[in-house]
Design a protein around this ligand. Structure first.
Ligand code: ASP
Ligand code: MG
Length: 411
C-alpha cells in the first residue's frame, strides 16, 4: 500500500470515454489499497478554446477574469472524473485548487505556488476517498483564483506529491516516457528507464517537451520522485529522481533536437567594451530569452555577435536590437531561420572525456556543418542546418551507441 499522486494530462482526459478509462485505472490502484490523489488537466483543446473566446471579446483581457475563465477547464474534468469513479463504486471527492489548499502569489495567469495546506486532502484520503484535484490553479491570499501558466498541471501534481509526501508522482501522458531521441525521427531510440532531474530538464526543455520545466525544477528542489508514463497502456515509464553515482556510467543519455530556435547575427559592430552589454540589455528589456551566444572578432576592430532565440521571438529580437545599432558602431541584424539545435545530454560527461570529439566526428562523417557550439557540465549543443537535423540526430545517436543496450564503461 502506497500513497501516490497520479496526474493525467489533457489528451488522457480528452473525452468522456477516456475519463472513464482513467477512472478504471485509478480504481485498480484504489482496490490494491493505495491512497490515490489524482491531478487532472483540462480536456485537450479546452484551455486554448477558452483563450480564443476571451480574445474574441477583448484583445487584452483582464488577468483576473482570464484566470476565472481558464480555471473552468480543469473544474470540468475533476467533477467528471469523480462521477466516473462513483459509477465504479469508488468513493471520490473533487477539489478545486483553492479547496485543495494550493496557495499562490498574486500574479494572475502566471502565479507561483507559495504553500500547500494539505490537511483537507489528507483527511479525505484517510476516510478512504480518491481525491481529485484541479491542476493548473490555486488561490491567492485574497481568495482570488489564480492559474500557474500553461502546462501548469504538471507543477500542481509535483507540488501536491511533495505536500502529501507521496511515494511517487506518476505523470500519465501520451508518450511512454523519455527516450534517447525522438522515436519518430530515430527509429532505434529506446525508452530510458531511469534518469536524473538535470538530464530530464535538458532533454525535456530541448526537444521532447514531455513536461513543464518548472515542474521538473520543483521536483528536483523538493526531491519528488516522479515517473513519466503512458495513459494508453500499462508499460512502465521513465523514473526521474536524484542523481545516483551509477548514472555517470552512461556518458550520453540522449540526443535532443530543438527546431524551434533561430540564429540572429549582429554583424560588423565595433569590438569595444560595452557593445555586447548594449545588445543584450536591449534584448532583456524586450524580454527575449537568449540561448547560445558566440562572438567572433573580425578584422579592423569589428566583431560579429551571434545568438539563438526562440523562433517566435525572432522579430521581437530584431526590433529590440535595431535601435541600438548606432550606439554599437553601426552593423546590421540578420536572422537565419533554417537552423536546428542538436544537443547530447548526460551526467556522465562530468567524468568522461571524448564526448565532443565523438559528436564532432559523427557530424563530420555525415557531412553536417557546425555553425555554433556551446557546452555546459552535462550538455554539448551545436547549431546546424535545419534540413540536416534529422539525419544528424540519427548519426549522433548511433555514434554514442544509444540504440543498443546502454554503453556502460568498465572503469
Ligand atoms: N490546461 C492548462 C493548459 O492547457 C494546464 C495544463 O494542461 O497543464 O495549459
Ligand atoms: Mg501538459
Amino acid at each position: 500500500m502506497a500513497r501516490i499522486v497520479q496526474k493525467y494530462g489533457g489528451t488522457s482526459v480528452a473525452d468522456v470515454e477516456r475519463i472513464r478509462t482513467v477512472a478504471e485505472r485509478v480504481k485498480k490502484y484504489h482496490d490494491a489499497g493505495d491512497e490515490v490523489v489524482v491531478v487532472v488537466s483540462a480536456r485537450s483543446g479546452v484551455t486554448n478554446e477558452l483563450i480564443g473566446k476571451a480574445r474574441f471579446l477583448n484583445p487584452a483581457p483582464n488577468d483576473r477574469e482570464m484566470d476565472m475563465l481558464l480555471a473552468v477547464g480543469e473544474q470540468e474534468t475533476i467533477a467528471l472524473t469523480a462521477m466516473a469513479l462513483h459509477a465504479l463504486g469508488i468513493p471520490a471527492v473533487s477539489r478545486t485548487g483553492g479547496q485543495a489548499g494550493i496557495f499562490t502569489d498574486p500574479a494572475h495567469t502566471r502565479a507561483r505556488i507559495v504553500r500547500i495546506e494539505s490537511g483537507n486532502i489528507e483527511t479525505a484520503l484517510t476516510d478512504g476517498n480518491v481525491v481529485i484535484v484541479a491542476g493548473f490553479q490555486g488561490v491567492n491570499a485574497e481568495g482570488q483564483i489564480t492559474t500557474l501558466g500553461r502546462g501548469g498541471s504538471d507543477l500542481s501534481a509535483i507540488a501536491v506529491a511533495s505536500a502529501v509526501r507521496a511515494e511517487i508522482c506518476q505523470i500519465f501522458t501520451d508518450v511512454e516516457g523519455v527516450y534517447t531521441a525522438d522515436p519518430r525521427v530515430v527509429p532505434e531510440a529506446r525508452k530510458i528507464p531511469e534518469i536524473s532531474y538535470d538530464e530530464m530538464l535538458e532533454l525535456a526543455s530541448l526537444g521532447s517537451k514531455v513536461m513543464q520545466a518548472r515542474a521538473v525544477e520543483f521536483a528536483k528542489k523538493y526531491g519528488v520522485v516522479f515517473e513519466v508514463r503512458s495513459s494508453f497502456n500499462t508499460n512502465p515509464g521513465t523514473i526521474v529522481k536524484d542523481e545516483v553515482a551509477s548514472m555517470e556510467d552512461v556518458v550520453v543519455r540522449g540526443v535532443a533536437v530543438d527546431k524551434n530556435q533561430v540564429k540572429v547575427t549582429v554583424s560588423n559592430i565595433s569590438d569595444q567594451p560595452g557593445t555586447a552589454s548594449r545588445v543584450f540589455r536591449a534584448l532583456a528589456e524586450a524580454e527575449v530569452v537568449v540561448d547560445m551566444i558566440v562572438q567572433n572578432v573580425g578584422r579592423g576592430g569589428r566583431a560579429n555577435l551571434t545568438f539563438t532565440v526562440p523562433r517566435d521571438d525572432a522579430e521581437r529580437a530584431r526590433k529590440a536590437v535595431e535601435p541600438v545599432l548606432d550606439a554599437v558602431g553601426g552593423g546590421e541584424v540578420n536572422v537565419v531561420n533554417d537552423v536546428a539545435k542538436l544537443s547530447v545530454v548526460g551526467v556522465g560527461m562530468r567524468t568522461h572525456s571524448g564526448v565532443a570529439s565523438t559528436l564532432f566526428s559523427a557530424l563530420a562523417d555525415a557531412r553536417i556543418n557546425i555553425q555554433l557550439i556551446s557546452t555546459s557540465e552535462i550538455k554539448i549543443s551545436v547549431v546546424i542546418d535545419l534540413a540536416g537535423a534529422d539525419e544528424a540526430a540519427r548519426a549522433v545517436h548511433n555514434a554514442f551507441g544509444l540504440g543498443a543496450e546502454a554503453t556502460v564503461l568498465s572503469d
